[in-house]
Write a protein that binds this ligand. Structure first.
Ligand code: PLP
Length: 393
């Protein structure tokens, strides 16, 4: 079905930060399957883990204990300081689990119609509940009746939330991305998350952090909340967790970790031995190759290099982000840049209309970072040359 506007190129093979199409053209992959292949393509450790586990055991279902799942859960809990985990197969499923926990938590507190606060410009997935939580009206349009029980407020605005607390006694949770990804790599004020945590504590609301895009090292820490030394009640992760093997997880701590009882949630494929072994290997590789520090340092370097290189284009409003989650906001809508950049041998994404989104692999080399800047600058320069002048009213 035509659910995506696809570029016509057909990647056939990948190695590290590079993809090759059927004609043998090479592309530097600065979007990594939308923030998924954080270790690059065909990483030998991931290939080996897949091969090894596929020979041993792929799937048994959650009717039995799964050693690989228990091991991955232990690793994730240790990295995040959370307490337990539910495994699904995607980001949307991880968020569904979090939303179900929030509603049950509300009912346990005697709230019949629990409300979850969600943000403008947010993105949480394409299932009915997660699209209802999503801020972009285009994602919701046509799918009414939407799932009810969401209250939408501006992102990075605690005053709005304080006012809502007065007016809505049924609020049970706040769902937020630490940095909005699809919404345009929007980084909130540095004190936003700590103050949000305090507000949630004050009202006994669950803080649900959607770290599906920010998680697994992308921002230079395992999870973006760790830059602020806060722990959410629920934390969702997917994308880079499996480096391309579908897996999603909802981590819980405190009262949220004790909400689900047997029979209240499930998944046939969730937490299967193959996906869990690969994800545990992803964690090993990030640790052994010291990729958190690398993402932090390279991200800083890359943003500075992009600022300098793109300065002359007259097109750039702001270069922003954290670690290797980078947004370049242009003065105008720039969807066609994905095609222009691909012609220059660079794969990028444009989100929120005018924001170039870069999610390169954590193990991008210095030389590849240089090529990224060079090719993006060439693409933006070509785009600027062909664009009609920006008119301001
Ligand atoms: N949440 C965030 C922040 C995302 O960026 C995404 C995907 O882009 C999702 C949820 C949905 O994840 P999935 O496409 O794996 O269902």
């Amino acid at each position: 079905m035509p659910t995506y506007a696809r570029l016509p190129l057909i990647p056939e093979r990948g190695q590290g930060s590079w993809l090759w199409d059927r004609e043998g053209n090479s592309y530097l992959d600065a979007i990594t399957g939308i923030g998924v292949c954080a270790l690059g393509h065909a990483h030998p450790r991931i290939t080996e883990a897949l091969h090894h586990q596929a020979q041993r055991l792929i799937h048994t279902s959650n009717l039995y204990r799964i050693d690989r799942q228990e091991h991955l859960a232990d690793r994730l809990v240790a990295l995040s300081d959370m307490e337990n985990v539910f495994f699904g197969n995607s980001g949307a499923e991880a968020n569904e689990a979090a939303l179900k926990i929030a509603r049950l938590y509300g009912h346990q507190r005697g709230i019949d119609t629990p409300v979850v606060v969600v943000m403008e410009n947010s993105f949480h997935g394409r299932t009915l509940a997660t699209l209802s939580a999503t801020g972009n009206p285009k994602v919701r349009q046509g799918f009414e009746p939407l799932v009810s029980g969401f209250l939408r407020l501006p992102f990075d605005d605690l005053t709005a939330l304080e006012e809502a607390a007065e007016a809505h006694p049924d609020i049970v949770a706040v769902l937020v991305e630490p940095i909005q990804g699809e919404g345009g790599i929007r980084v909130p004020a540095p004190d936003y998350l700590p103050r949000l945590r305090a507000l949630c504590d004050q009202h006994q609301w669950l803080l649900i952090l959607d770290e599906i895009q920010t998680g697994m090292g992308k921002t230079g820490r395992w999870f973006a909340c760790q830059h602020h030394a806060i722990r959410p009640d629920l934390l969702t992760v997917a994308k880079a967790l499996g480096n391309g093997i579908p897996i999603g997880a909802c981590l819980a701590a405190g009262p949220a970790a004790r909400v689900f009882q047997t029979g209240q949630h499930g998944s046939t494929f969730g937490g299967n031995p193959l996906a869990c072994h690969v994800a545990a290997t992803v964690i090993d590789v990030i640790e052994q190759e010291r990729l958190l520090a690398r993402a932090e340092q390279l991200g800083r370097q890359l943003r500075e290099a992009l600022r300098q290189a793109l300065d002359d284009s007259g097109m750039v409003k702001q270069v922003r982000g954290q670690g290797l989650m980078i947004g370049v906001e242009l003065q105008r809508a720039c969807g066609e840049l994905t095609t222009i950049a691909a012609r220059h041998g660079l794969l990028i994404n444009v989100t929120a209309g005018n924001v170039i989104r870069l999610l390169p692999p954590l193990n991008l080399s210095d030389e590849e970072a240089r090529i990224l800047v060079e090719r993006l600058t060439a693409a933006v320069t070509e785009f600027a040359r062909n664009a009609s002048p920006v008119t301001t009213r």
